[in-house]
Design a protein around this ligand. Structure first.
Ligand code: IMP
Length: 204
């Protein structure tokens, strides 16, 4: 079985990705379980692509296994794409979902519904054991609400309103969210690229 080290310690992400990629027979392990140690990876890129690559490369270089990293965030149109790569720490340190959501509502206080458009973005980077790189981007469009709604999920989910469902992400079950989320869409795109990659290899 081909081992892939996930450049994250988040077991929810591990399970979600493991399920999505099960057809390829990968064994997915967290970087901690693979022996990466406590060293922090400095994510100082200014795009999701850059940060996702920084994380995948750090793990690949140190451990030599195939590695997979994701980088995600919220982009709000009227804020010029902010908080973007700063989503986790939008309201500063220590990072707090509640403070981030409060700050976002403050910044949009005078903004009418039609200009509260936003999207969640995920970029996945998979580095194969031989150094080949596959990347995939997933997005989902929504509207920033006027007050938090719902108790599920994390981060900006209670403010991220999906008009066609008339619900926020925090009002969806995790299966419902995964079926349409940025992360889910990026995983579908990555799965397709992995399929094409192995198909091309088998023709060589
Ligand atoms: P990460 O790269 O997945 O750790 O995401 C960085 C930050 O973006 C998180 O700390 C959240 O603030 C925000 N974010 C990313 N994905 C989601 C999501 O699915 N729901 C809500 N917030 C998210």
């Amino acid at each position: 079985m081909k081992k892939i080290v996930l450049a994250s310690g988040n077991r929810h992400k591990l399970e979600e990705i493991q399920t999505m990629l099960k057809d390829f027979g990968f064994e997915l392990v967290t970087m901690k379980d693979a022996g990466y140690g406590d060293e922090d990876i400095i994510e100082d890129g200014d795009t999701f692509e850059a940060n996702s690559m920084i994380k995948a490369l750090a793990v690949h270089k140190k451990l030599g296994f195939a590695s997979l990293a994701d980088d995600s965030g919220l982009m709000v149109d009227v804020l010029g794409g902010a908080p973007g790569v700063y989503s986790a720490r939008f309201a500063g340190e220590p990072k707090s979902d509640e403070n981030n959501n409060r700050l976002l509502l403050e910044k949009l206080a005078e903004i009418p519904d039609e200009r509260r458009t936003a999207r969640f973005v995920t970029v996945l980077t998979l580095i194969m054991e031989n150094g080949d790189v596959l990347t995939a981007r997933g997005e989902v469009e929504g509207i920033i609400g006027h007050a938090p709604k719902g108790v599920n999920g994390f981060g900006y989910d209670p403010l991220f309103f999906v008009p066609h469902l008339n619900k926020t992400f925090a009002e969806l079950t995790s299966d419902e969210k995964n079926a349409l989320s940025h992360r889910g869409n990026a995983l579908v795109a990555l799965k397709e690229k992995i399929g094409q990659y192995y198909e091309a290899l088998s023709r060589q």
